[in-house]
Ligand binder design. Structure first.
Ligand code: BDR
Ligand code: CA
Length: 314
């Protein structure tokens, strides 16, 4: 019997997205059915190419598709190059793609994957929620095939692109609004937890010692990624997107709280904010499990163990 959780990975890779995929692919508790790319850390064309190259690196051979290059109802915006570089995934040279892009959109690939799966599928979305929003708008009949949506996005307490909003939600608040109001349960790894999930320079030294073809890329990604974060005062690089994968396979390392979350789509100062009813004031039923804390040491040790997996398969 297959005890693995079937998942679709939707991302804008991105260093922390890529590391989330490295771990997801190494886990024997997950079965990756498809990958999709979205505009965010870079445009959707670069994101799809990065997705294909990461898949080649980790030996992941599943259908992959490019998604929308702009949010559902807003003009396009991507992260500046000082965070993830010009390519969206700067740093070490990566293998060229082995798997061609499907000739359908990301939302169509998600829909096909859901339709063909006998079990309900979990979507792990670590970029703006544009592709997932398009899926839910275009194929409402497939909602019942989605088990949960585990996202990196938002922050109950604060933002990182405005005082109120986190990047992934700010890029496409309408898509996030569709996701949170879809009736499908959301696991939200927001800044509350992801900024605690720090990889320090000492952790990078440990990864350097592993010496397999994937670890050799990962430590260079991490050096690239933490250089920016150290320059703005962080003590390491936040593994934002990895939290959305780890929440499925190692919930025990997190502190979680169920609550009702709404997305601000109009506020003058709060556009893109995730408003979590942390004290249950509204009486509305929880639509999300919000992750509020992590045992950093356990989280990083697990991440390093998953990276070691590639010593066995190569
Ligand atoms: C999010 O934005 C991106 O830079 C990261 O990949 C992560 O998904 C954090 O705000
Ligand atoms: Ca991301």
């Amino acid at each position: 019997m297959n005890n693995r959780i079937p998942i679709i990975l939707d991302a804008d890779p991105g260093h922390d997205d890529a590391i989330a995929w490295v771990v997801a692919n190494a886990s024997d508790r997950l079965e990756i059915l498809a990958c999709t790319a979205v505009n965010g850390n870079c445009n959707a064309y670069k994101a799809a190419y990065n997705a294909q190259r990461v898949m080649a690196l980790i030996g992941l051979d599943v259908p992959v598709a490019r998604g929308r290059n702009c949010p559902l109802y807003r003009p396009s915006l991507s992260a500046p190059a000082n965070i993830h570089g010009e390519s969206g995934l700067d740093g070490p040279a990566l293998p060229e793609p082995e798997r061609e892009l499907e000739k359908i959109s990301a939302a169509e690939l998600m829909a096909r994957t859901l339709r063909n799966s006998r079990e309900k599928v979990t979507i792990v979305a670590t970029g703006p929620l544009t592709n997932v929003g398009e899926l839910l708008l275009g194929y409402p009949e497939l909602k019942e095939k989605i088990a949960r949506i585990s996202i990196m996005g938002g922050g109950i307490k604060y933002g990182n692109w405005t005082p109120a909003a986190e990047f992934n939600i700010l890029i496409d608040p309408e898509a996030a609004d569709i996701v949170f109001n879809s009736g499908i349960h959301v696991i939200m790894s927001g800044l509350d937890v992801t900024e605690q999930a720090l990889v320090t320079p000492e952790d990078v030294e440990e990864i350097k010692q592993i010496g397999n073809p994937v670890s050799d890329i990962v430590w260079q990604w991490l050096e690239f990624f933490y250089r920016f974060h150290l320059s703005i005062g962080y003590k390491g690089a936040p593994m934002h997107d990895l939290c959305a994968v780890m929440a499925l396979i190692h919930p025990e390392v997190f502190e979680m709280k169920d609550m009702h979350v709404e997305i601000e789509t109009e506020g003058m100062y709060t556009d893109g904010k995730t408003i979590g009813d942390i004290y249950g004031i509204t009486g509305k039923p929880a639509n999300a499990t919000c992750i509020m804390g992590v045992d950093r040491k356990k989280f990083i040790d697990l991440m390093i163990d998953y990276i070691r997996y590639y010593s066995e398969v190569h």
